[in-house]
Design a protein around this ligand. Structure first.
Ligand code: PRP
Length: 207
């Protein structure tokens, strides 16, 4: 079973409620996604590896630290794009690698359509970004790709999960921690998270 972290931060819960509201317009939706991604990334990076580093202050020498784990952000297109800016606000020097999956509307199975990973793994920690963990099919497929690529450490960072998605990702990849703002009630019969927020891609991009 994966470690599952549901943020208890009051600002995360407040912003998530505004994000869910069907009256929230596209512009506000994108802004909230950016802010939520930053807050969730703060929590998902609590165990980043540090090495000692000598620092010269205006008053003298001291021992500091350096976060030197090589990190890659891996947004799943399209909806994961909305989390990149917020994540980059916290980690401005990391690499960003895009993976494209869409969910077949009838079978709900993920269909891979884009992959910009280089031939060999270049990062020590991959932070997979996708706001919605519904059936879990897309996240499992993305982690499959990252492991095959050679990613040594992977975390999933999302906004809303269905219990079914958490179970599926956990079962397939128990070594991948899951960070979300909420685990909702269930999936409905067309694979949407209830109460959820609708379609995160459509709400960001006005489609
Ligand atoms: C949504 C969402 C996830 C996926 C989750 O993407 O952003 O990637 O579905 O569903 P799953 O857990 O059942 O796989 P969608 O297929 O709607 O594509 P989009 O991001 O391009 O809108």
């Amino acid at each position: 079973m994966s470690q599952v972290y549901v943020s208890q931060h009051p600002l995360v819960q407040h912003k998530l409620s505004v994000l869910r509201d069907s009256a929230t317009d596209h512009r506000s939706f994108r802004e909230l996604m950016r802010e939520l991604a930053l807050l969730l990334m703060y929590e998902a990076t609590l165990d980043l590896k540090l090495s000692p580093k000598q620092v010269t202050t205006p008053m003298g020498e001291t021992m500091g630290v350096k976060a030197d784990e090589t990190i890659g952000l891996v947004p799943i297109l399209r909806a994961g794009l909305g989390m990149v800016e917020g994540a980059l606000a916290l980690l401005p020097n990391v690499q960003v690698w895009h993976l494209g999956f869409y969910r077949d509307e009838k079978t709900l199975r993920p269909v891979a359509y884009y992959n910009r990973l280089p031939n060999t793994a270049t990062v020590q920690l991959c932070l997979l970004l996708d706001p919605m963990l519904a059936t879990g099919g897309s996240a499992v497929a993305a982690v499959d790709v990252l492991k095959k690529w050679g990613a040594p450490r992977i975390k999933y960072v999302g906004l809303i999960a269905a219990p079914e998605g958490v179970e599926r990702l956990s079962a397939a990849h128990p070594d991948v921690p899951i960070h979300v703002a909420s685990i909702d009630e269930r999936l409905n019969d067309v694979g949407f998270i209830v109460p959820g927020l609708g379609d995160a891609g459509d709400r960001q991009f006005g489609t």
